[in-house]
Design a protein around this ligand. Structure first.
Ligand SMILES: [Fe+2]
Ligand SMILES: [Fe+2]
Length: 191
């Protein structure tokens, strides 16, 4: 799918505020792709489509999550569903067959241990795009320019801290991803 076509679909699908967020993610993700030598067109498409399912009916998303064998997700926040379900709907409804784009969309909320650079870029860009406003976001933006792995770790840390403050349940994969990236960083074997 061409980027312009994806952009048109997203503009029609998402509310204005989320569409503007999406354009911010595309801009930031493309900049990071240049910085870290990742294929720009793939990054731009994944960024454009990452929140495709954000406003889908929860029961519809739950049904698809079960079809995908992700039953364990149903015990957690509904917010988690739109990433893996979105990846599947982008494939089913929009015919995007690219496995790497699928994975980047699926991993954009929790991350995943060992996720590749494309996924890391979408994950970080989602958190730091220019419309994001929260304490510490400028520091994350700075880190993202210097060390992408460190930006993934810092973004996960920010998310975990935020969820702790709200006393919200933390999805185990978020913590597993955090631990995996810290461990890889210590070993110096990170991508
Ligand atoms: Fe999202
Ligand atoms: Fe997003």
């Amino acid at each position: 799918m061409r980027l312009e076509e994806a952009k048109r679909i997203i503009e029609e699908t998402l509310p204005t505020k989320r569409y503007i967020h999406t354009l911010g993610v595309v801009e930031t993700a493309v900049q990071l792709a240049r910085r870290y030598g990742v294929q720009e067109d793939k990054v731009a498409l994944a960024a454009m489509l990452h929140d495709y399912a954000k406003y889908r009916n929860v029961s519809e998303m739950q049904t698809i999550a079960v079809e995908l064998g992700l039953n364990h997700l149903l015990a957690y926040e509904d917010e988690l569903l739109h990433a893996p379900v979105g990846a599947e709907l982008v494939k089913r409804e929009l015919g995007v067959e690219d496995v790497e784009v699928y994975q980047a969309i699926a991993n954009h909320t929790t991350g995943a241990p060992g996720m590749p650079l494309l996924d890391q870029i979408i994950f970080v860009a989602d958190a730091i795009e220019p419309n994001r406003r929260y304490p510490g976001v400028d520091q994350l933006r700075q880190i993202a320019q210097e060390d992408l792995t460190q930006a993934v770790i810092a973004t996960l840390g920010q998310t975990i801290t935020f969820l702790c403050k709200k006393q919200t349940v933390i999805f185990p994969l978020t913590i597993e991803t955090y631990n995996a990236f810290i461990t890889e960083k210590r070993k110096g074997t990170v991508l």
